[in-house]
Design a binder for this molecule. Sequence first.
Ligand SMILES: [Zn+2]
Length: 78
Amino acid sequence: MREACFCGWAGDVEDREPVYAGDGEWGLRCPNCGHLDLLHWLPEGAKRGTLEGAQRRWNARPQPAPAPVWRVVASRQR
Ligand SMILES: [Zn+2]
């Protein structure tokens, strides 16, 4: 499902970051402007599926470059 944000960003709905909005509500954050879409425009079932898809995609996203060795060492000492 394609989605566009008012800031001009466009991409898959699931490519946005799933964010807990409080009150049992989840939303998807635009990677460009940070706008939080609570998906109220989607029926409940579709909303849940979309959020699950986004969560899966978010967890499977390419990881940033590994931290420099000194940082890894420092965190192991804690
Ligand atoms: Zn945006």
